[in-house]
Design a protein around this ligand. Sequence first.
Ligand code: SAM
Length: 207
Amino acid sequence: MLVDRLVRRGYIVSSVVEEAMRRVPREEFVPERLRSEAYVDTPLPIGTGQTISAPHMVAIMVEKLDLKSGQKVLEVGAGSGYHAAVVAEAVSPDGHVYTIERIEPLARFAEGNLRRTGYKDTVTVIIGDGSKGLAEHAPFDRIFVACSAPDVPAPLLEQLADGGKMLVPVGSRAYQDLICVERRGHQLLKENYGGCVFVPLIGEFGY
Ligand code: SAM
């Protein structure tokens, strides 16, 4: 079982993340012809040159986000909707996830997957340039960017609540570091969680 392996390998540490990942059926978020590979720990193509992230990367990011029930979360890069669904489980029952996707057919794919699996009311999919954030629903308790940026996008920093945490892969198009930024009043505390590789954030505050 995939989740058991992620626990054994130390990617999943908390019961919140373990339960969230057990609840979300990853096979419902990949193209039908790839369903048999849904529980292999690898990224998979979801069309238009994009990928659903590898389960261990989802586990790492959800652990680092330190999610609590009731939080309002912003994701940049909805893709298949899978990562948003896992986060929605972790902030349930009263939390909400807004996820932005710039490629319309993928946003529709995510929306359909989320509706079919029961996340229609807890995840809102928005089509647009997520590098600008989502000012109308800010501030957010947590923000995570599922694609790589040349720097931490300034609008996302502005939209992070006091006490909030943001995760964003920052670096070149080829290789990035997973950066965590925590807002404490006027202070921004940064931590580097090490190397990762994501598809690029394309937009006004991306590449
Ligand atoms: N979280 C997704 C999942 O669970 O399937 C995987 C995300 S995929 C690695 C990165 C996504 O970011 C792609 O779907 C891509 O189109 C999207 N993206 C890139 N730049 C964007 C932007 N400026 N705004 C919104 N989405 C963007």
